[in-house]
Design a binder for this molecule. Structure first.
Ligand SMILES: CC(C)(COP(=O)(O)OP(=O)(O)OC[C@H]1O[C@@H](n2cnc3c(N)ncnc32)[C@H](O)[C@@H]1OP(=O)(O)O)[C@@H](O)C(=O)NCCC(=O)NCCS
Length: 287
């Protein structure tokens, strides 16, 4: 994959994920939308960041000079991470995805551990299991926060760039590898909250007010405080999502239930040589 490919890859992944969302739409849910312009711009920035730091982990598949698929993977310390993986809907099921994933996995050959946030697409689940990953079902908390239930988050504060070292050390303790250079991109584009007390540390990125994107902590109490603070930052009446909760993170379900959200199952956390991280809510792109 080259920088010139980024715009086309963004469009093809947007189409592939719209197709998955349409196929998995729950009764009564709003129709899914193609990735909007502001999120598409963020997507392109993330892809350019991956090309800068992990060029050998980024691959495209082309057929008759037209891009039909892509895989973007990262290496952080001893961990390999799949950040994006998609084939155009009309080209799926023909073995293109297998070849893309095999090539991306070669980039992670020196890494013991691996992590993928899998969509609910059965093709993706087949590919990851066939590649030796353990599949851990995930849940989302979804709905409108009952604001009268919100506790006052006394120990949570806004982060500064001085907190990046703390974040990397919490990453190592929870998922086994720091986010390293990814924290720079994350902190530049998103609000970051921190708990830093002797009895518990942690951090959380918010994609927008109320939208928790990535959360890691050394104790469940610190994790729950961060999640409550993240939910509290949203606007009254707006629907929110607590994403990517594995069974190892019941504390997040307690917060979701306490906030009046519904719990739904969606996708898998696919892991190699590691247990589901906790207390931890992975992001889809930087994991
Ligand atoms: C996941 C994805 C990248 C795989 O690419 P692909 O080109 O379809 O993959 P392949 O053809 O190599 O493999 C698909 C597998 O699913 C099987 N399959 C095909 N259609 C299927 C269907 N409708 N239901 C279940 N399995 C199906 C194929 O037989 C194959 O399994 P096998 O190799 O054991 O026979 C692609 O399907 C996709 O873009 N999906 C939507 C986006 C997505 O969910 N991406 C994953 C993000 S985590």
């Amino acid at each position: 994959m080259r920088v010139d490919d980024v715009a086309d890859v963004e469009r093809l992944t947007a189409q592939a994920f719209l197709d998955v969302d349409e196929r998995n739409r729950l009764p009564g849910a709003a129709p899914p939308q193609l990735r909007p312009d502001d999120q598409a711009a963020q997507w392109r920035r993330r892809a350019e960041h991956a090309l800068t730091h992990d060029g050998a982990g980024c691959w495209v598949a082309d057929s008759s000079n037209c891009l039909v698929g892509a895989a973007i993977s990262l290496r952080r310390e001893s961990m390999w991470l799949l950040a994006t993986y998609a084939v155009l809907p009309e080209a799926q099921g023909q073995g293109i995805g297998r070849r893309l994933l095999d090539t991306a996995l070669e980039y992670g050959a020196s890494c013991l551990r691996g992590m993928i946030v899998s969509s609910p697409d059965p093709r993706a689940a087949r590919r990851y299991r066939a590649a030796g990953f353990d599949l851990h079902p995930m849940m989302d908390g979804v709905g409108v926060v009952r604001r009268e239930t919100l506790p006052v988050p006394e120990r949570v504060r806004e982060a500064t760039t001085a907190d990046i070292d703390l974040a990397d050390s919490v990453d190592r303790r929870t998922r086994g590898a720091g986010h390293g250079v990814d924290h720079t991109v994350l902190a530049a584009g998103m609000a970051m909250l921190v708990v830093d007390r002797p009895e518990g540390q942690g951090y959380c990125y918010l994609r927008s007010p109320g939208a928790v994107y990535l959360l890691a902590a050394t104790t469940e109490r610190a994790a729950a405080e961060l999640l409550w603070a993240g939910l509290a930052s949203g606007t009254a009446g707006e629907s929110v999502q607590v994403p990517h909760v594995t069974a190892a993170n019941q504390w997040a379900l307690d917060v979701a239930v306490g906030a009046g959200l519904d719990i739904q199952t969606r996708g898998y956390l696919a892991l190699r040589a590691m247990r589901p991280p906790a207390p931890y809510l992975p992001s889809g792109h930087f994991l």
